[in-house]
Ligand binder design. Structure first.
Ligand code: 13P
Length: 253
């Protein structure tokens, strides 16, 4: 089974409406239309509707950075997956900033994955160990737990639409990054766990991307890792030129 390479830019809480629109204009001018790579950006919630009218989805797609899991009701300040449907193709769920700054629990994350799938959005489920867990040698167990908790109650058919983003917390925005040569072990743990839960076919279909201090300089090393299907980029995605350079490196055709 061939899995399409996925390059995602997570803009986090950056780029105003005006800046985002200029950025996408530049990106669509610079990016060649190629079928072998799927390009996705995740702007702030407020800009999504307007940007969804501006983008050409053949070139770049949109992701939300979060969503709420109930479809409607008295939940002041939340944006449900049901309202994102039609505007975005993907939604990032369980980013470590949401887990650690906004105290999202495993239950929240599990419900959000289910809400995304229910509303025909593809969840990008973020998992990754903290520096402390890494020092204790608990990476494997942490990843297994996050997969089991994040994907409980979904079916083997639904897993095809899920993207797993391995983002070690210690590598996010720190300039310190996971060695590409160390990723093979992590990819094995992730696919073994998916096999255990959903079977071998599902494990081969699911895309796994890496995030954490990815830059123009190290992107090619990750893209060469067997079994890794792409990148989730924070800081380096804020600059349209750098992001485009990384996308170009991902093209194989
Ligand atoms: P950086 O690329 O800035 O380390 O951020 C990674 C990230 O959190 C993407 O979701």
């Amino acid at each position: 089974m061939t899995r399409k390479t996925l390059i995602i830019g997570n803009w986090k809480m950056n780029l105003t409406m005006h800046e985002a629109s200029l950025y996408l204009h530049k990106l669509m001018e610079q990016l060649p239309v190629r079928r072998d790579v799927e390009v996705v950006v995740a702007p702030t919630m407020l800009t999504l509707q307007s940007l969804s009218l501006q983008i050409k989805r053949r070139i770049v797609k949109l992701a939300a950075q979060n969503c709420y899991w109930r479809d409607h009701g008295p939940y002041t300040g939340e944006v449900p997956a049901s309202h994102l449907h039609g505007m975005v193709d993907y939604v990032i769920i369980g980013h470590s900033e949401r887990r650690h700054i906004f105290m999202e629990s495993d239950k929240d994350i599990r419900f959000k994955v289910q809400a995304a799938l229910r509303n025909r959005l593809q969840p990008i489920l973020c998992i990754g160990e903290t520096a402390h867990e890494r020092t204790l040698g608990e990476t494997r167990e942490v990843l297994q737990d996050q997969i089991v908790n994040g994907l409980a109650n979904i079916t083997a058919e639904e897993i095809d639409h899920v993207v797993i983003a391995y983002e070690p917390v210690w590598a996010i925005g720190s300039g310190e990054y996971a060695q590409p040569s160390d990723l093979a072990k992590v990819l094995k743990v992730i696919r073994q766990q998916i096999t255990h839960l959903f079977g071998k076919e599902a494990a081969e279909a699911v895309r796994v991307v890496y995030g954490g201090s990815v830059s123009v300089d190290n992107a090619s090393d990750y893209l060469a890792v067997a079994g890794l299907d792409g990148l989730l980029i924070g800081g380096a995605s804020l600059d349209a030129y750098q992001f485009t350079e990384i996308v170009k490196k991902a093209h194989k055709e």
